[in-house]
Design a binder for this molecule. Structure first.
Ligand SMILES: [Zn+2]
Length: 305
């Protein structure tokens, strides 16, 4: 039913998965809403082919969706929660939401739409997801997640949708502004189907990680790498898996996954209609990082079928 042509090839994904498994021992928890790995040193000027939306631009709008988490070493790496005898896994829900978003965008726009992976059975390192988005010149990069409040039990007071977006007032300020506006537009669509809007969650690096201009970097990996690669990018959290009303109303049925995915798609369309293609070019001060294995060459140039 879903066409997964526009994802990393199986061989490339296998390589990525092998990379993760080999490093799993030193990464006990794959908390990707959190820091992720620091920048790949060293920070150097890019003299080779430019990456990012500013280079080799296609006339089509390009959207990269990132279904958060996925299995690491055979185990789901996102949050989960058991309710009335059923266990719900964030990894699976994220993939469903992303799939519905992609489907809606392909049926209602001529955008080129890519996923960062094609299965919950694997994950992709955080930085490589942003590198992939940059390599296809994404006009918007949205990492789709489900939230969880700490502790056990059903009595949670945290509920609703939010976005981890880049902070403004420092490195690539204009880009951060655009990312925040796009995130708020999607949150508005999610709010319109009844979810409480918690707004943007902006957080500074807790370990002193700096952007290339010496300003403090963002704590969350996806917005941080998006800033580094010069792409509009952020995380959307689709409610709390361990909040009873969020779970039962929005996170436990196929219809609700579809509604969430389509709300994201509508927000993406609403924003891109107004903002158009990203004119942001990758800064020459961007971190030099290894390309995603095989991604630029293996991803079809055309839009999704
Ligand atoms: Zn998550």
């Amino acid at each position: 039913m879903i066409n997964f042509k526009n994802v990393l090839t199986a061989s490339a994904s296998a390589l990525l998965l092998a990379t993760i498994i080999s490093t799993a021992a030193i990464t006990t928890a794959y908390a990707e809403e959190e820091t992720g790995p620091a920048f790949a040193p060293p920070i150097t000027k890019i003299s080779g082919p430019e990456i990012g939306p500013g280079a080799n631009r296609s006339s089509k709008l390009v959207v990269v969706l990132d279904p958060g988490h996925g299995k690491v070493d055979g185990h789901y790496s996102g949050c989960n929660f058991e309710y009335n005898g059923t266990k719900y896994y964030e990894d699976e829900i994220n993939m469903k939401i992303s799939t519905y978003t992609k489907k809606y965008l392909e049926e209602n726009t001529d955008y080129a739409v890519y996923l960062t992976k094609d299965s919950v059975e694997k994950t992709v390192p955080l930085e490589q997801r942003a590198a992939f988005a940059a390599s296809v010149h994404a006009d918007l990069f949205v990492s789709q997640h489900v939230d969880s409040a700490p502790g056990n039990g059903v009595t949670k007071n945290a509920y609703g949708v939010s976005s981890m977006a880049p902070k403004t007032g420092r490195f690539n300020n204009e880009l951060a502004l655009q990312s925040q506006e796009a995130a708020n537009t999607i949150l508005g669509q999610l709010s319109s189907i009844g979810l409480h809007n918690r707004g943007l969650i902006l957080r500074d690096s807790q370990n002193g990680t700096m952007f290339p201009d010496g300003s403090l970097a963002d704590y969350y990996a996806i917005p941080r790498y998006s800033q580094m690669y010069g792409i509009r990018g952020f995380i959307i959290e689709h409610g709390f898996i361990n909040h009873t009303s969020d779970l039962t109303l929005y996170l436990s049925t196929e219809e609700s996954y579809k509604a969430l995915g389509e709300a994201d798609a509508k927000g993406i369309i609403e924003y891109l209609k107004k903002a158009g293609k990203s004119t942001f070019t990758t800064t020459t001060e961007a971190a030099q990082v290894p390309p995603v294995e095989g991604a630029p060459a293996s991803v079809p140039a055309g839009p999704a079928a």
